[in-house]
Design a protein around this ligand. Structure first.
Ligand SMILES: Nc1ncnc2c1ncn2[C@@H]1O[C@H](COP(=O)(O)OP(=O)(O)OP(=O)(O)O)[C@@H](O)[C@H]1O
Length: 317
């Protein structure tokens, strides 16, 4: 279990993490989302003792990382997959790490097999592709068979097969009862991998919820097709209901459950040709949540920026 309590980190005048609290549960993949510079890596680094909180705490199973006697057996982390000795072979690197925790060579071979490093394990790390480096980082994290896994952007630079592999690994590890904390800014990745999401914006917590809640909580839109669009719009109109006429026979309805729309149509003898709830994508949801918390914005027109701000206002209202 990973617990953050009022965690702060400042670098000089820069506040990287601004008073966040959360508790991650075992048996779940928790996705850690946020725009560039929002404090994800800093939080993870503090989790494994590579950075010290300015105030507050982050603990693993009730203790700061550094106080665990055999940290590799408690937490496996992939924070900077490139942090290896380039002249060593992957296997030598893993053996050296294993030796620090009295982990057997048998286990070294197990993680080599588990991560699909295969023959590459016998080659020097300097010749590794980004994907091989990621696999090596993950192999190192798994060496101590830890109950907590912290992966910072583990799918970065991986090919589609590699991405699928990491996704499956994260799910399998959680299914075994481990706590899996996984950062990415690929929303599609999160929607397929995470059970729970923690979203940061400019160092602050802006969401901490099961993924389905983030998707369902949104005012779901329902597409309705009928030749009696005007009659149906009349029957549905009420406070809190938004109705957009997309064309003469198509309405987009917000603020009403599709079952209620169907029931009203029946009551008013309107024949429906289509009644289709529109999926809110995690991507949309994420843009809405973080719209106001982006530190590094890519060049866009003023209109785009204004629209983004308008969207944010809708969310906060
Ligand atoms: N060692 C450091 N010294 C000074 N500022 C830092 C340091 N590390 C991080 N920062 C700043 O803290 C903020 C948070 O950075 P962090 O790397 O944690 O964000 P992130 O969410 O992981 O971003 P990304 O998705 O780009 O990796 C950024 O503004 C960053 O520039």
């Amino acid at each position: 279990m990973i617990t953050a309590e009022n965690l702060h980190k400042r670098y000089g005048a820069k506040t990287a993490v601004d008073g966040i609290s959360f508790q991650l549960q075992p048996g779940k993949v928790t996705g850690f989302l946020g725009p560039n510079g929002s404090g994800k890596s800093t939080t993870m680094r503090m989790g494994v003792g590579l950075d010290r909180p300015t105030s507050g705490s982050i603990t693993i199973d009730g203790k700061p990382y550094a106080q665990h006697k055999a940290p590799m057996r408690t937490v496996g982390a992939v924070l900077d997959a490139g942090a290896t000795h380039p002249g060593r072979t992957g296997k030598a690197h893993l053996k050296a790490l294993a030796a620090t925790h009295k982990i057997s060579n048998k286990r070294v071979q197990e993680v080599i097999d588990l991560t699909g490093l295969g023959e590459a394990a016998g080659k020097r790390i300097k010749g590794y592709s980004l994907g091989m480096n990621q696999r090596l980082g993950i192999a190192a994290a798994l060496l101590g068979d830890p109950a907590v896994l912290i992966f910072d952007e583990p799918v970065n630079g991986l090919d589609p097969e590699g991405v699928r592999w990491v996704r499956r690994l994260a799910r399998d590890m959680a299914a075994e009862g481990r706590t899996v904390f996984f950062s990415s800014h690929l929303m599609s990745e999160m929607s397929q991998t995470a059970d729970h999401l923690i979203v940061l914006g400019r160092g602050r917590l802006i969401a901490d919820a099961p993924i389905h809640e983030l998707l369902d909580a949104e005012d779901q839109q329902v597409l309705v097709r009928t030749e009696q669009a005007a009659d149906l719009a009349n029957a549905l109109s009420a406070d809190g209901v938004t109705i957009t006429h997309l064309d003469a026979e198509t309405l987009k309805v917000g603020g009403l459950d599709p079952r209620i729309i169907g029931r009203r149509a029946l009551d008013t003898q309107v024949v429906l040709h289509e009644l289709a709830p529109q999926e809110t994508s995690l991507e949309d949801q994420y843009m809405k949540l973080t719209g106001d918390h982006v530190e590094y914005r890519s060049g866009g027109t003023t209109q785009e920026a204004t629209q983004q701000e308008a969207t944010q206002q809708e969310v906060t209202q």
